[in-house]
Design a protein around this ligand. Structure first.
Ligand code: XMP
Ligand code: MG
Length: 178
């Protein structure tokens, strides 16, 4: 794999397409076991999670639904600290088993702010599934149920993750070159 250029920044290969797909397969196996005889509703957070949510959902074999919501807390490579809900949750989640699907958990602020909106509607359970987690950056208290990769506190792009809107359209994940 080669370095890639996204706008004014250079990124180096970090997680291969094969490694990503194999972790997602294993996660789906776990979810299929954990949700036997249940009908979970996946709530995927746009935009970053769209590829992860699609690949994970394809490997889920229990009866399941998926919906998408849009939140944002990032501008460029730094968190703005604000969480904005752009497209709300329109499915009825009362009594449902919810799996929130995120691309990456950084400070944890996005989910910390958003989860009460879910819990308010009295689902029967809520779990968090994230492709990436930056443990060194996480300052909000969050229980992450399913995580594919714990990564260092460096900015990454690819496989749905962006730098100012660009860089999402790759099968691998790349890390900002230092
Ligand atoms: P918080 O801090 O709320 O951030 O946990 C979660 C959201 O921030 C974005 N984010 C990133 N996006 N590369 C990206 O492309 C990164 O390294 C990165 N770190 C955080 C992302 O939108 C995530 O949902
Ligand atoms: Mg995101």
């Amino acid at each position: 794999m080669n370095e890639i250029q996204v706008l004014d920044k250079t990124f180096v290969p970090f997680l291969s397409a094969e490694d990503i797909q194999s972790k997602i397969e294993s996660l789906a196996v776990t979810i299929n076991k954990d949700y036997q005889n249940k009908k979970p509703l996946f709530v995927a957070i746009l935009n970053g999670s769209f590829m992860f949510a699609a690949d994970l959902f394809k490997s889920v074999t229990v009866d399941a639904e998926i919906c998408f919501i849009k939140l944002a807390s990032y501008k460029g490579t730094q968190s703005t600290g604000h969480v904005i809900t752009a497209i709300g949750l329109d499915s009825n989640i009362t009594g449902r088993d919810i799996i929130v699907v995120e691309d990456i958990i950084d400070t944890g602020k996005t989910l910390h702010t958003f989860l009460p909106q879910i819990i308010n509607q009295q689902p029967s359970s809520v779990k968090i599934a994230t492709l990436l987690h930056k443990p060194e950056a996480t300052v909000y208290d969050l229980h992450i149920d399913y995580c594919c990769f714990s990564i260092p506190n460096k900015f990454v792009v690819g496989y749905g993750l962006d730098y100012d809107g660009f860089g999402r359209n790759t099968k691998a994940i790349y890390q900002l070159k230092s």
